[in-house]
Write a protein that binds this ligand. Sequence first.
Ligand SMILES: Nc1ncnc2c1ncn2[C@@H]1O[C@H](COP(=O)(O)OP(=O)(O)OP(=O)(O)O)[C@@H](O)[C@H]1O
Ligand SMILES: [Mg+2]
Length: 332
Amino acid sequence: METQDNTSSAFEDEYDLDDRYEQLANDAYHRNHGRMVNQVNRTRGSQPSRKEILQNLVEDNDLIEDFVPTYAAKLDPKHFERRWVIGSLSGFWRDKIISDVLYQVKVGKEANVYACEATESSEHDLIAAKLYRPRMLRHLRNDAAYKIGRLSHDREGKKMKQSSRAQRALKKKTKFGQDLDFSNWVGHEYRMQTELWEAGADVPQPIAHSGTTILMAFCGNRSIAAATLNDVILESAEAQPLFDKVIDNVRLMLSLNQVHGDLSAYNILYWQGEVTIIDFPQMVNAAGNPNSERFLRRDIQRVVDYFSQYGVKADGGEIAQTLWKDFMNAQL
Ligand SMILES: Nc1ncnc2c1ncn2[C@@H]1O[C@H](COP(=O)(O)OP(=O)(O)OP(=O)(O)O)[C@@H](O)[C@H]1O
Ligand SMILES: [Mg+2]
């Protein structure tokens, strides 16, 4: 078990020893489960013993030592954030997706985002890594209203049968069920972002995900990340076209049966005159969720309110009603 470090940081309040241990143990379990099954020819579905998990933890820590990215090297070796960043991203480094972690972009509500350097073979120069904080995942915000109408997925991302062991665990909220709920939440975000990106929406291209981490295309450069819309001052001439672009994206999402659910100037990035919409874990199923029209109206109203300061004249209620009517007609 790890010893408490003395480094003061914003993270200290959020973590305790058990959290750190559990995170490491979980990561080691997820990363090694497949490999161990092959090695010891274990029957399908059985769990590794505690001894095996600990053994793999030790092996994992040995491997992790090889990867000390620029950002982590600046932190004290005992600093939790350093171990967390290394632990969460070393797999992507071993898989040659990223070659370095350059800087921390933001400590968000639920996740931290880091700017990473992509490997030379990548089509990207920089990659954003979104790392969900373990404590946040254990106390997911009241998400029931968002989840109605979603299909549950297992750890491999396959849709689950209603009668499966996993479905029962989810309902009973066992430890296994809670773990699955977390990976569902992150997996849902990744699947949604992939669907949107493939349909041509203005969202960062998703690159990979594993456990509680998502990699995607980075908006910004090696020294500065894109600001969110609420932090920029727009030229008055660009406000209307950017507003239209955001509403076009909302329409496109709806045509894919999706409502963002948390759209606002805080979840829209601005970089070199372009907008990029981010943050999709709470996306709601438009046809299958009775709350979806309410979320759509709220999303649009927040966008209208933001752009009104630049003289963009729009009626949020009217736009939402028209989009919703078109969506409903397309369902017939
Ligand atoms: N692809 C990206 N490129 C550059 N910066 C990004 C990217 N994705 C996210 N960010 C930055 O990280 C912040 C947090 O990301 P995100 O909104 O997805 O997570 P969150 O936990 O919901 O955070 P918040 O509480 O700030 O909404 C964003 O506000 C933005 O500044
Ligand atoms: Mg956000």
